[in-house]
Design a protein around this ligand. Structure first.
Ligand SMILES: [Zn+2]
Length: 62
């Protein structure tokens, strides 16, 4: 099965590309990156279908 990833958008309002780190200590991990390389969006990319089921948590904005 091909892992699915959440679609994420960078600060340019473009769809973030998924890249693989080449540097230790996180070598091989996936992360989001700006397709233009101009903004500093950065976040780990986790496959949706391997997300562990967690108890429903509701966050309230104060
Ligand atoms: Zn961007």
């Amino acid at each position: 099965m091909i892992p699915r990833y959440r679609t994420k958008y960078c600060h340019c309002k473009l769809q973030a590309v998924i890249r693989v780190t080449n540097s230790d200590p996180n070598k091989g991990k996936l992360y989001y990156s700006c397709p233009n390389g101009v903004c500093d969006i950065w976040d780990w990319c986790k496959p949706i279908n391997t997300v562990l089921s967690v108890p429903t948590q509701r966050r309230f904005f104060h």
